[in-house]
Design a protein around this ligand. Structure first.
Ligand SMILES: [Zn+2]
Length: 87
């Protein structure tokens, strides 16, 4: 029976293999939800879903695509926006 603080579902269950070869269940904080496109609200690929402390230690080039509007708009919306700007 899990102890009281582990019954709520706030923490996720992780199966971890110990050095002795046993598989034990640990509780870990959940990752934040994936960022979405500012226009069409579609989930943005190429952005890691990590806790803030790990995101802060990642290089900037691994946090979002390296293009105009990278990490804000999806590729389809970026294409449309650039075409509108060129008119
Ligand atoms: Zn979009």
């Amino acid at each position: 029976m899990p102890s009281g603080r582990h019954k709520s579902g706030t923490l996720r269950k992780v199966q971890i293999r110990t050095p002795g070869g046993r598989t034990v269940q640990r509780y870990d904080q959940r990752n934040p939800k994936a960022p979405s496109c500012a226009t069409c609200k579609k989930t943005l690929p190429g952005i890691p879903r990590e806790r803030p402390i790990r995101m802060a230690n990642l290089p900037k080039t691994q946090k979002r695509p390296e293009r105009p509007y990278g990490g804000v708009l999806c590729s389809t919306c970026t294409r449309q926006k650039i075409k509108l700007e060129m008119r």
